[in-house]
Design a protein around this ligand. Sequence first.
Ligand code: NAD
Ligand code: DAU
Length: 335
Amino acid sequence: MKLLVTGGAGFIGSNFIRYWLEEHDEDEIINFDKLTYAGNLENLKEVQENPNYSLVKGDICDRKAVDAVMKNVDTVVHFAAESHVDRSIQDAAPFIKTNIEGTYILLESALKNNVQRFHHISTDEVFGALDLDTEAKFTDKTPYDPHSPYSASKAASDHLVRAYHDTYELPITISNCSNNFGPFQFPEKLISLAITNFLEGKKVPIYGDGKYVRDWLYVEDHCRAIDLILHRGKVGETYLVGGLTEDISNLEVIKKIVSIMKKEENMIEYVKDRPGHDRRYAINSGKIRETLGWEPQYDFDHALELTVNWYKENPEWWKNVKSGEYKEYYKKQYA
Ligand code: NAD
Ligand code: DAU
């Protein structure tokens, strides 16, 4: 396969590229990334000399650049996005531009270049919120009900991807995954922020009452799901990925990290809630398990320990990321 990976210098994209080159050493990957604040070439040091890997710096909203890179590609794996809910609340504009317009430009180019598979990486946030203390879970039939500019822009991009299949027969697949964690996650997301704050001796901010529920998945298990979808998934289908954790609250997650890192619970600090904060997410992953045989290989507690260890062993990586622009963002977000 010759893959065009968009957003491959970000958290999941870089984990995916390392995973793919390891598992499929005959395949070629072009990583097309704008290198925003979230894109970091340090994430890809391990593969930068690999002859099957190349980087093209570019913006998915730039038609010419996209057309140039799409030539002779058979598979697109589209990760590139503005991905952080809190930043979308501070300023929605880049989310609308990249997540909606950028996806449209990629779809047009994929169509023109007869791409054989366009796989779109999406999120469970498009389905909105579930109530606490219910058994309800998201499936691919759950109606869309996004609440943040981020999730609304991802929902719009999902609709566009489906429309290009239904209208122009572009061979697409979509995966809607739950919250990922693991190595190389930018420390603006809950788990990476908590671990690095504890390592710096700083308090960890918990929004509202801390009883919000997310469905957590180790990033490598997400990469494996995408692999299965690309090789065995049915064109036109949507697969929900997740369902590892059973209703664990943010507070419980942070308490687990406190315990792994041998910190004190008084290092947890309740702060102002996120506006429009979705109460609970839960994935029914029955479809991908039953049709493609996907199973997560990492349990939550073990994966959390691996993640803590990775951040402990890679202080240069996160200290570098936490300097500069990040400081300004943090001050504004947690003022
Ligand atoms: P990230 O923010 O870590 O990385 C995004 C990458 O996209 C960066 O390398 C950035 O430079 C690049 N990018 C941004 N705008 C671009 C543009 N206009 N042109 C080209 N490149 C651009 O994000 P992530 O956490 O790795 O998420 C990747 C994808 O997975 C996103 O589509 C996100 O919606 C989806 N997703 C994320 C999670 C999660 O828990 N992180 C869960 C489900 C789905
Ligand atoms: O569900 C999948 C989504 O997960 C992805 O689509 C997004 O790209 C990704 O950013 C993530 O979104 P969340 O908003 O769920 O992740 P975040 O890590 O920002 O927050 C997780 C939960 O923790 C959420 O309930 C908000 C809360 N939180 C977050 C931060 C950063 C806090 O309590 N304190 C914090 O400082």
